[in-house]
Design a protein around this ligand. Structure first.
Ligand SMILES: [Zn+2]
Length: 168
């Protein structure tokens, strides 16, 4: 694709670096932004930058959060004794959107995968174990993918929480 402007070309290159966005879509988005008032484009870019710059990770469950403790962990209406263990933030978003779960989460940040060099120490497993040991937890629900890595992770966690009933 040849562009009459280096500025447009650069913007198209940025957009097309996003997953699922090809050059044609990128150009359409750039031309759309070009038609918007300056303030709108400024708001758009500053929202993205602010999100990236200010996002935090919950100190309790490791979910993405606007504060040190996320809105789920700090919600007294939710069952703090019921922990749903998930691989990543996308799982939290997916489960939250079903509106069927009223407990809290623990985001591992991945699953054990020796081939990829991911062991238990690379994941948020130690904090899960100390959470279970230090707070009143009645139930742990493992919501991991039924892959070999998911099973290995469940097995590892179960072995470190011997006196615990774990729902898969
Ligand atoms: Zn949290």
């Amino acid at each position: 694709m040849i562009f009459p402007s280096k500025l447009i070309e650069n913007a198209v290159a940025e957009f097309s670096s996003l997953p699922g966005i090809g050059k044609k879509t990128a150009l359409r988005l750039v031309l759309h932004l070009l038609k918007q008032p300056n303030e709108e484009v400024k708001k758009f870019s500053s929202t993205i930058f602010k999100m990236r710059n200010e996002i935090m990770f919950c100190t309790t469950c490791h979910n993405i959060s606007d504060n040190a403790v996320c809105s789920i962990c700090s919600n007294v209406q939710r069952k703090q004794h019921q922990i749903c263990v998930v691989e990543n933030f996308r799982d939290v978003i997916a489960i939250e959107n079903t509106q069927q779960f009223n407990g809290v989460y623990h985001v591992l940040g991945g699953v054990i995968s020796p081939i990829d060099g991911i062991g238990p120490d690379e994941l948020n497993i130690a904090s899960l174990i100390s959470r279970v040991e230090n707070q009143e937890v009645k139930e742990i629900i493992m919501a991991l993918n039924p892959t070999m890595e998911g099973d290995t992770t469940i097995f590892y966690i179960s072995n470190h929480l011997p006196n615990f009933i774990i729902t898969i």
